[in-house]
Write a protein that binds this ligand. Structure first.
Ligand code: IMP
Ligand code: MG
Length: 435
């Protein structure tokens, strides 16, 4: 495997964790390059479910270096809890490295996330409430505290002495009457710093050094293209760059180091939080996909909105990230329908349009135009076993037709196919001839 980035091509929750967990077998280093604990990756190993928010999914594979890159924002208390939880289940985190340049999520970021959402009234973003936006905002306005500051008491104190009074004023302006206790924050966060210090380092140098030694790097994206701060459905987006180019910048390596890019495409579409969603199904079919797909957030437990696969979205994601392969996930969830639909384009005022409009009022008026394809039976028990053993050719004909249709429309091969929740319920199709 050359170095490879795995990114979400929809609104997040495409099932990237499972794909990364599988590919991590061939990697030496797994790097998270953006986002924070707004992300939630579920990986099922045997009957055990692991939920990760901060740690790269690669942490579950022995002997891999797991890196939290400079582009990530970190809530230290959450990270420490996650480390403790894994260790108590016998998973070692000795191979964890945390960037000294990654920014820290502080208590006032969480408070402000809530306060700003309340101010928005009818126009809420529907954030995860983890303080992600305010932490990235402070990074951009140069008020941020970095992991490297957290482990240096004097530096941390100087930064907090400056930031806390400002944040107190801003909280008041936002109508939040919480009192920030600078000393208590200092005590709590310097303790976090002491605890995390062994892991904090210049991870950019670590990854670049690994590249020099021809190690395989797996860049693990969080969220998805439509949540990208620049290219997504702004302002209903997250606060980081989720497309493949950030795999380089968020890890501290040159773009040329990112060899391949796998776009994770869930076989249908979901979104949590607010904002337009052209193929959303507000009927029985949508409810049945949600139910069967277990579409409830790993991080917030919120129900996800569900709809048919939208190729306008995934083609846009491909245009931005340049997929060399598609990892299609959760196709099993579409089993049992008489027919399934795929949106091939939008119509606006009776005209076919190309591309995703920046103006959300326009996007909200776009009508999806569907291609209807034949359904297939649920893959269960012995049939699933057979498919996992024999591969693509053993799949139901209509399921293969669905995969081929997506490949043809996108011009990219499906290189992985997710058939269930368990770790082994996945077909590796990288060697398959697809054209
Ligand atoms: P934030 O990232 O918490 O600021 O939330 C901004 C938007 O991104 C909201 O619509 C969230 O629901 C969405 N979001 C953030 N992280 C994820 C994720 O990991 N999966 C799906 N949606 C997410
Ligand atoms: Mg998720």
């Amino acid at each position: 495997m050359p170095s490879l980035a795995v990114v979400g091509s929809q609104w997040g929750d495409e099932g990237k964790g499972k794909i990364v967990d599988y590919l991590a077998q061939e990697a030496h280093v797994v790097v998270r390059f953006q986002g924070g604990n707004n992300a939630g990756h579920s990986v099922m190993i045997g009957e055990e479910l692991f939920k990760l928010h901060h740690l790269p999914s690669g942490i579950l594979r022995k002997g891999k270096l797991a890196v939290i890159g400079n582009g990530v924002v970190i809530d230290p208390a959450v990270l420490i809890k996650e480390i403790d939880a894994l260790e108590s289940r016998g998973v070692s985190v000795a191979n964890l490295r945390i960037s000294d340049r990654a920014h820290v999520i502080l208590p006032y970021h969480r408070l402000l996330d809530g306060a700003e959402e309340r101010l928005r009234k009818g126009a809420k973003v529907g954030t995860t409430g983890r303080g992600i936006g305010p932490a990235y905002a402070d990074k951009a306005t140069r008020l941020g505290v970095r992991m490297g500051d957290l482990v240096d008491v004097d530096l941390l104190k100087a930064k907090l002495d400056f930031a806390v009074p400002l944040k107190q004023k801003y909280l008041e302006m936002c109508g939040d009457d919480s009192r920030l206790d600078g000393r208590a924050i200092m005590a709590e966060y310097s303790a976090h710093g002491r605890r995390l210090k062994p892991y904090v380092t210049d991870t950019g140098a670590v990854v670049r050094d690994a590249l020099k030694r021809k190690r395989n790097i797996l860049f693990e994206g969080a969220q998805g293209t439509m949540l990208d701060i620049d290219h997504g459905t702004y302002p209903y987006v997250t606060s980081s760059t989720t497309v493949a180019s950030n795999a380089a910048s968020g890890s501290g390596v040159p773009p040329s180091a990112v060899g391949e890019v796998f776009g994770v495409v869930k076989a249908y579409t979901t979104r949590v939080g607010e904002g337009p969603f052209p193929t959303e199904l507000l009927d029985e079919t949508g409810a049945s996909i949600a139910d069967k797909g277990g579409e409830f957030g790993t991080t917030t437990g919120r129900a996800r909105r569900c709809g048919w696969l939208d190729l306008m979205v995934t083609k846009y994601a491909h245009a931005l990230s340049g997929f060399t392969g598609i990892a299609m996930t959760k196709i099993d969830v579409l089993g049992g329908f008489d027919e399934v639909k795929v949106c091939t384009h939008y119509r606006l005022d009776k005209k076919k349009i190309s591309g995703i409009p920046a103006d959300l009022r326009v996007l909200a008026r776009c009508e999806p135009v569907y291609k209807t394809l034949g359904g297939w039976e649920d893959l269960e028990g012995a049939t699933l076993e057979k498919v996992l053993k024999k591969g693509f050719s053993a799949l139901p004909g209509n399921m293969r037709a669905y995969v081929r249709f997506v490949e043809k429309e996108m011009g990219v091969p499906v290189t992985m196919l997710g058939l269930g929740r368990r770790r082994n319920e996945l077909l590796d199709l990288r060697k398959r001839k697809w054209k």
